[in-house]
Design a binder for this molecule. Sequence first.
Ligand code: P6P
Length: 318
Amino acid sequence: MITTVQQHIQQEMSEGRGTFGWLMSGITLATKMIEAKIRAAGLTDIYGALSSENVQGEQQQKLDVFANQALIHCLGTRDSVAALVSEEDEEPVVFDRSLDTGKYIIVFDPLDGSSNIDVNVNVGTIFSVHRRLTWGALTESVLQPGTSQVAAGYVLYGPSTVLVYTTGRGVHAFTLDPTIGAFVLTQENMKMPERGKYYSVNEANVASWPEGYQQYLVGLRNEGFGARYIGSLVADFHRTLLKGGVFLYPPNKVKAEGKLRLLYEANPLALIAEQAGGMATNGADRVLEVRPEAIHQRTPFMVGSRYEMETLGRALRA
Ligand code: P6P
């Protein structure tokens, strides 16, 4: 028999499962709406860019805006949500809910890699869930380190649509069954291989990386590693989770803090990686322990199998 996300949450969580389950149903509903739009993208006028830019100064794709609106709508109707932080919006969306009702903060990248949509390449939604702190300003609840996440996950829109999530009790994957419109459990307690065959990085930037990264890549090539780079974070991460290997977005001369965002890209994927037996760093520290200072702050992000990540650590300390 099938196991849906809701059923899995009921089995997984000892307390708060009703409220959390209702919250997660907001994410699954929104991502099913996004998936339907993406599937029809070639047939309807949903491809292409808008004239507008998002808070990152990036040209918004029509699907970016739709995905953002879908998540804000579906999650905003969950009373347990105190605030939402989106890659697409400068400021958090705050709901007027009491401390004992509005228990969660959700941070998300509604459609990562969206520039790939027009060429039919996989894109993804990434989300991270924190408990609202019962003290201090709301920003303190938003700017919690990755170790405080109560849940994290992503949805990869590819040949099939896969939701991967963790509540800190292992990593589990669900595949959207379009015949019943539900995500059904397809992999439980996923483990990242101890070592893979590929490194995944944009090598166009190699000359501007710190020396240690350059030497690291030479070493991997000498060990026979191949290269795979899709240019869509969720797709590159998902392959690394399943097959092992290492994904890197190092700092470079132009982007001293790298390109990827701490709160809604690095932290959720770092929690999943660690829960699956992998590692994730910013080149110096465990990503999950970085104390955020701004909601859109960037971070260098390296994530992958234990062997590749320990080798990277030695290369950067050399
Ligand atoms: P670059 C897509 O725009 C994205 O945000 C991630 O999905 C991806 O990993 C990264 O940027 C690719 O960046 O600089 O290699 O094109």
